[in-house]
Ligand binder design. Sequence first.
Ligand code: AP5
Length: 224
Amino acid sequence: MRVVVLLGAPGAGKGTQAQLLAGRLGLVHVATGDLFRAAVRSGTALGREAGAYMERGALVPDELTLRILFERLEAPDASAGVLLDGFPRTLAQAEALDAALAERGSRVEVAPLIEVPEKELVTRLSGRWTCRADGHVYHALANPPRLAGVCDVDGSELYQRDDDRPETVRARLASQLGALTEVVDHYARAGVLVRVDGRRPIEAVTADLLTALAPAGRSRSAVG
Ligand code: AP5
């Protein structure tokens, strides 16, 4: 099973890039944030529990996160390979993923890190609009839809996520950036981390990621 892990702080552009890249790479886009939001909408016990953490901008406990992620990886469409977005978020999640993949004779192939300064993350999250039907992502200034409030891809309504309120954005960054550093260090030690400058326009970041994901690009990029 091919596994690519897209890393970055909240608002770095993981979801935007994963939607552009997954099809081109022949991988299925799996985002734990999307899985949790679907569980919240369905009103499952797991969704109710996870939703309480998400509302505060805190990480959902590892046990719940691993349960929802591994259940998704068992689905037939994931067997060829996945582009993980928003997972792993803690060292324990990264180690659990390594162990599960080792059992299948596999490992994380590459872990690109989209790097964006903290101040820019706040601007991005507060201007983000998300499509109700399939999570397509826009930004009021950097990436506006053709028609305000309507998704270019599927015509569904665009909404602002509850956790994009300024106070929750600050809580997300404060509580999640430390754990991200541990995950980044983990993949640097494993020799699969590739750093990508996320401050550039969306298409330029996509091009850099495609280069980073190609085996030749990986050996040229700054790893670690
Ligand atoms: P999740 O949905 O994963 O949120 P996140 O990591 O906080 O990431 P975002 O979706 O906010 O940002 P992104 O990097 O995808 O950026 P985007 O592409 O949208 O998680 C939500 C919550 O669920 C978490 O807070 C936690 O509670 C829980 N959770 C999820 N996974 C978990 C896990 N593994 N463990 C524990 N808890 C978990 O872009 C942002 C904006 O910037 C958009 O408006 C976009 O248009 C714009 N933009 C993108 N690229 C550019 C660019 N190059 N230039 C200018 N603007 C850009």
